[in-house]
Write a protein that binds this ligand. Structure first.
Ligand code: PLP
Length: 385
């Protein structure tokens, strides 16, 4: 059937997204309003992007002020705001990562992370985990679970080995002198909010060090405070060689970042990486404002406290277990997640699906309050499927 917009005209948008029958027109804090005037409590944040909800005063003023001062200049010149954003991000990240490179999306961050690893150690193979989601561009889609259904290109740009999540023995077997990098999401997002075991993360660090391969943490979804720590790396107490992040990093403005240890940074020369829009002043002003807000409003301790409530109290109604970390939380449901999500939406709460048909994904903004947790728990109690 031809997609139509609400005036009944044929849509001019390419029809590639599965969409809810919902037109959002405005948002404030954790609340969204649709075109019919209904209000929704947002436990999804537009795929984990609206990190501080909508219309956060600090983000609005940082954006407006930067827009008035300087709208755009490229990486061909120095920008104080770019340098400040990099300094703040590196200070916010795990110790042992020293340099930042700004891009525009998660896929682009991961694509560059792989390139850095391969430029540095000139090896042909990459190891990834089952269930991984690393993006949709050519190299990272080759590492994304299920991409054979939509990959499209005739061949992958590198050799790929996939290891079952948490299988240390399989990882040890997959590693070798031809491996450029092991890439993993410390908390898998699309797979259904699955935290990788601490043992596996530590084994990943040891084995990559032993084989001279780069350890890449993809924190595109789980980074920037979502786990209750600046990055999941800090929650696990493990520093990768390269860490990527995006989504919530500017709270809704497109930005991604690759953070690199000095030893990898030293192997890169001028011209080996590049971007036109990456590191633009608007994005960088927002990165600075996001980190500033998380720190000044002490949001991480609130994430840790409220996520403990969510993990425990959401086991009601159709939910029999919870999984994940912080505000990347999966609700395991007996009924199909799609039915639970529809029932939640009918009651004014938005959450997300995942690659697991029985997992509802919660990705609320860091500005969530106790009363919103109460509302979600009451909503779930009402649902019988
Ligand atoms: N990596 C992870 C862990 C993700 O969850 C995503 C997006 O969902 C990506 C990479 C790709 O990010 P983007 O859609 O910004 O390219």
């Amino acid at each position: 059937m031809m997609e139509q917009n609400k005036e009944g005209r044929e849509s001019s948008l390419l029809d590639v997204f599965a969409r809810a029958d919902l037109e959002i027109v405005s948002g404030e804090g954790v609340w969204l309003t649709d075109s019919k005037g209904r209000r929704f409590l947002d436990f999804y944040g537009g795929h984990a992007v609206a990190l501080l909800g909508n219309a956060h005063p600090r983000l609005l003023s940082a954006l407006a002020e930067q827009a008035r001062t300087l709208f755009f200049q490229s990486n061909a010149v120095d920008l104080a705001v770019r340098e400040r954003a990099a300094q703040r991000l590196i200070a916010f990240g795990p110790e042992g990562l020293h340099k930042a490179f700004f891009v525009n999306s998660g896929a682009e961050a991961n694509e560059n992370a792989l390139r850095i690893a391969m430029l540095a150690n000139k090896r042909p193979r990459v190891v990834a985990l089952s269930g991984a989601f690393h993006g949709r561009t050519a190299a990272v889609a080759a590492l994304t679970a299920g991409s054979e259904k939509w990959y499209g290109f005739p061949q992958k740009p590198m050799d790929v080995s996939v290891v079952p999540i948490d299988d240390v023995e399989a990882l040890a077997k997959a590693m070798g002198p031809d491996v450029a990098a092991l890439i993993l999401e410390p908390v898998q997002g699309v797979a259904g909010a699955r935290a990788v075991s601490t043992d596996f993360i530590h084994a990943a660090r040891d084995l990559t060090t032993k084989h001279g391969a780069a350890l890449i943490f993809d924190e595109v979804q789980c980074g920037v405070g979502r786990t209750g720590y600046p990055f999941a790396a800090q929650a696990y107490g493990v520093t990768p060689d390269i860490l990527t992040t995006a989504k919530g990093l500017a709270g809704g403005f497109p930005v991604g970042a690759v953070m690199v240890s000095n030893s990898y940074a030293a192997k890169l020369g001028k011209g080996q990486l590049g971007t036109t829009f990456g590191g633009g002043p608007l994005a960088c002003a927002l990165v600075e404002a996001i980190i500033d807000t998380i720190e000044k409003e002490d949001l991480l301790s609130r994430v840790r406290r409220l996520s403990a409530r969510l993990a425990k109290e959401c086991i009601v109604g159709p939910v029999y277990a919870t999984q994940g970390m912080g505000y990347l939380l999966g609700l395991r449901t007996h009924a199909p997640a799609s039915a639970v999500l529809a029932a939640m939406r009918d009651r004014g709460i938005l959450a997300g699906s995942s690659g697991d048909p029985n997992v509802v994904r919660l990705l609320p903004p860091l500005v969530l309050q106790d009363e919103h947790v109460d509302m979600l728990v009451d909503c779930l109690k009402e649902i019988s499927l």
